[in-house]
Design a binder for this molecule. Sequence first.
Ligand SMILES: Nc1ncnc2c1ncn2[C@@H]1O[C@H](COP(=O)(O)OP(=O)(O)OP(=O)(O)O)[C@@H](O)[C@H]1O
Length: 307
Amino acid sequence: MIEANGLTKIYGAKTAVAGVSFTVRAGQVTGFLGPNGAGKSTTMRMIMGLDRPTSGSVTVNGLRYAQHKAPLREVGALLDAKAVHTSRSAYNHLLAMAATHGIPKARVHEVIGMTGLDAVARKKAGGFSLGMGQRLGIAAALLGDPQTLILDEPVNGLDPEGVVWVRNLVRYLAGQGRTVFLSSHLMSEMAQTADHLIVIGRGRVIADAPIRDIITGSGQSRVRVRTDQPDTLRQLLAARGASIEVPEPEMLEVTGLQAKTIAALALENQVLIYELTPLVASLEEAYMELTKDDVEYHSLSAAEAGN
Ligand SMILES: Nc1ncnc2c1ncn2[C@@H]1O[C@H](COP(=O)(O)OP(=O)(O)OP(=O)(O)O)[C@@H](O)[C@H]1O
């Protein structure tokens, strides 16, 4: 379990992480989602003791990273896949790591097999493609057989097969009861991988909930209703505080009321409805809605950029 309490990091005039508190639980994949510059990497570095919090604290299984006697066996992390600038082979790189942490050689062979690096294990790691580098970084994270895994953008640079591989691997590891904390800015990927999401924007936690709740609670959930009495139904719904759009003559899109409430209201007032469809927002829509005020770098449309 990872527990952050009022975690804050200030660099000069820049507040990268502004008092975040959250708990990452064992046995599930927790996604850490946020736009560029939101503070994901800074938070992860503080978990790993690579950055010192300006205030607040973060612990892994009750202790700060540095307090663990054998940290590599407790927490495995992939923070910067490009960090391996080595003329050593992947095998020797992992072997050196294992030797300095009292990890048996057999485990090196195991993680090479798990990450699909067998064919390139004797090649210089410095010459690896981004995807191979990611696999090596994940192999290094798994080396100590840790209970907790922290992976910063693990699918970055992977081909579609690699993306599926990471997804299956993290789900397998969480299934074994491990704590898996995974950052990404790819919502579609998170939707298929994570059970729980922590969303941050401008250094603050915007949402912390099961994926399902984030989708349905985004304020984007609407209900499509078709009726031959749109005006009557519209008035009835408006009187209940719903906001209504009319995209087609006999179609209403209703925000703010559940489908069941709309059906009951129609029945009570003898209004015929011939379609009632809850429109669930995609994770992408929910995410855009959540972070719309918290994006540090807004992109301009082509037209705006030309002005
Ligand atoms: N060493 C540093 N010195 C000054 N500012 C920093 C430093 N590291 C990060 N920042 C700033 O803190 C903010 C958060 O950065 P961070 O890298 O944690 O975000 P992120 O969510 O990981 O973003 P990305 O998805 O782009 O990697 C950014 O505005 C960044 O420019």
